[in-house]
Design a protein around this ligand. Structure first.
Ligand code: SF4
Length: 217
């Protein structure tokens, strides 16, 4: 059983890491059109961590995220679930910004009410997938989060998340959705499709993999 001291330590370390994420400027081009980076949420002594590529998928469908968490909670008999993101700053495609003077590059172009300073209207940027270099710059935060929270099981949503995270942990094997892998410490990683494509059959495969991992004999 994990002590209260451990929980307090996790809270302190996560807050300290989130402060650094909030100050991070490694991907200058992504910062103009976001108010704040996406942070992980959930139990701070989790059994299971769900990793999504970036927040756009979940923010667009918070009900599905809730449904997914409830499904995993009830079937695996744990309420200790946490979810987080491989890239914290949501990239956006925007015609207004791309037609703007380069003098405005790297400046905040969105106000506290999410209004665009160039158009005076609500931000019309279209969320797009992060580039590989954004993923590589942001991965250290994810690894730090996993080390702090130390879950038994990590569920990787989508091929890009699976590919980057598995390789980061030294796992270079080919994978399909629903596959299970272990790192050198015995932590279980399960690859699933992206949150939008995740379905009940895949979910059963995921559950079987977790049960096999917990009862190897
Ligand atoms: S995406 Fe990650 S690495 Fe890039 S600026 Fe945001 S927090 Fe920093």
């Amino acid at each position: 059983m994990v002590s209260d001291g451990r929980r307090e330590q996790n809270i302190r370390l996560i807050i300290e890491m989130e402060d650094r994420i909030a100050q991070c400027k490694r991907c200058k081009s992504l910062l103009s059109c976001i108010r704040k980076p996406s942070m992980g949420k959930g139990d701070l002594e989790p059994d299971i961590i769900l990793i999504f590529e970036n927040e756009s998928q979940t923010a667009q469908d918070p009900e599905k995220l809730l449904e997914l968490r409830e499904l995993i909670k009830s079937e695996f008999n744990t309420s200790k679930i946490y979810h987080t993101f491989m890239v914290r700053c949501q990239p956006k495609a925007c015609a207004i910004r791309s037609n703007t003077s380069c003098y405005l590059e790297n400046n905040k172009l969105i106000d506290r009410d999410y209004k665009c300073l160039l158009s005076g209207k609500s931000c019309e940027g279209i969320p797009v997938k992060p580039a590989d270099d954004n993923i590589i710059r942001c991965l250290p935060f994810l690894l730090e989060e996993l080390e702090i929270l130390d879950p038994r099981t990590v569920i990787l949503f989508g091929d890009r998340v699976s590919d980057f995270v598995l390789k980061t942990y030294g796992i270079f094997e080919e994978f399909n959705t629903g596959d299970a892998f272990y790192d050198s410490t015995g932590r279980l990683f399960i690859t699933v499709s992206s949150q939008e494509e995740f379905n009940i059959e895949e979910y059963h495969k995921l559950r079987d993999n977790i049960l096999i991992a917990e009862n190897p004999d």
